[in-house]
Design a protein around this ligand. Structure first.
Ligand SMILES: *Cc1c(COP(=O)(O)O)cnc(C)c1O
Length: 384
């Protein structure tokens, strides 16, 4: 088959990310019914490979796949893992952990929401205090990398506390999986989650939870709060039949198979170093143009760069301070001008502080960031 190169856009939003053409073209396959043995075999390999990314032992952990975006994983973990009469502690220091708390409220769970400042990593001491104070916490939930702010949370310490209180540790690792080198056991994580379009650099539509089999088995008897997103129902179907319960995202699964092959080819050490280099290039380019970064570097996972809006731009580039000359910074105008040049930037999610985000996910490298800043300079020149 003749394959032409697809126009390459540089996505600096927090996923879906820029993909390789080989991943894009992996979707173009002969039509197949996903109930066929051939497809079941692909699923079997995929479940194994998804575990390998975080060195999850297949004897102890299973991958539970869903057709949907990453929020379905949050929904599944929150609704499926809480035994009757027990509490879920959601450690909330950003918009993604807030989403888990919202889901817990939707299901009327006995929720302990520990609301912490969003401008810094979780203070482990406050989690310890909450676990001392609250009896009957069976699930502790935190977000590893808060994609809205770019802040990296100490999930290893939170997991240790959860285990000391006999609770199951659930971490939203959607924007850390296949991006940062970590393993489930070292990080004390019983359940993690991600979706194919983020760290794996595949397409949207496939999301997955990786979790402890003994807990999944025990959850068979927990209250059922959802049908489509019940973890046990999907886990047991995959275990017994090797298939997803309902129609899987067939083409995305083919793309993800290719993406996983490319992931293991590159290797997590090299891949995370590449993302780090891209992040550093994004940071250096922003700083040298007078932009400021919202948080201290040591707080961040170095995958998402939260850039403060300049109040105004003057002839030296970005200028802060309300009395500065020039027009106020118009994010959407800046976004649109960049979009026309093939670069996508993204609004921020930092409470009360106007920021935009530049993310280093995806099949991109430092040269792409050089090209990005050439485009930025042209736009700043024009709007001056
Ligand atoms: C992307 C992301 C999700 C999932 O968001 P969707 O909009 O459902 O794709 C969940 N948690 C984190 C931390 C994320 O970055």
């Amino acid at each position: 088959m003749e394959r032409t190169a697809v126009k390459r856009n540089i996505l600096l939003n927090p996923g879906p990310s820029t993909t390789t053409d080989t991943v894009k073209y992996a979707q173009v396959v002969p039509d197949i019914c996903p109930r066929e043995r051939e497809f079941v075999e692909i699923m079997r390999e995929m479940k194994r490979d998804l575990l390998r990314v975080v060195e999850a032992d297949p004897k102890r952990y299973a991958a539970v796949l869903f057709c949907g975006s990453g929020t379905l994983n949050i929904d599944a973990c929150v609704s499926s893992l809480l035994p009757e009469g027990k509490k879920i502690l959601v450690v909330n220091n950003g918009s993604y952990s807030a989403r888990a708390a919202e889901a817990a409220r939707y299901y009327d769970l006995d929720l302990v929401e520990l609301t912490l400042p969003t401008d810094r990593p979780v203070d482990v001491k406050s989690v310890a205090e909450a676990l001392e104070r609250e009896k009957d916490v069976a699930v502790v939930y935190a977000c590893m990398h808060e994609t809205g702010t770019g802040i990296l949370n100490p999930v290893r310490e939170i997991g240790e506390l959860a285990h000391a209180h006999n609770a199951v540790m659930v971490a939203d690792t959607t924007s850390a999986y296949a991006l940062l080198p970590f393993t489930v056991e070292e990080e004390n994580l019983d359940f993690i989650m991600a979706s194919a379009q983020k760290g794996l650099m595949s397409m949207t539509g496939l999301s997955f939870v990786i979790g402890r089999k003994d807990v999944l088995e025990a959850s068979k008897d927990y209250p059922k709060r959802s049908y489509y997103s019940n973890l046990y129902l999907q886990y047991s179907f995959l275990r017994d039949k090797g298939e997803m319960h309902f129609t899987p995202p067939v083409q995305t699964i083919y793309a993800t198979r290719q993406a996983l092959a490319e992931f293991f080819d590159e290797g997590i050490e090299k891949k995370s170093a590449r993302h780090r280099n891209v992040w550093t290039a994004l940071r250096d380019g922003a700083l040298s143009r007078g932009f400021k970064i919202a948080f201290p570097e040591e707080y961040m996972a170095k995958l998402v760069l939260p850039v403060l809006y300049p109040d105004t731009l003057d002839s030296d580039g970005a200028h802060y301070g309300e009395d500065a000359p020039g027009e106020p910074f118009d994010f959407f105008q800046f976004h649109d001008a960049l979009y026309d040049k093939g670069f996508t930037i993204y609004p921020g999610k930092v409470a009360d502080t106007p920021t935009f985000r530049l993310c280093s996910l995806g099949a991109i490298d430092v040269e792409d960031i050089d090209a990005f800043y050439r485009a930025v300079d042209e736009i700043l020149e024009e709007t001056r």
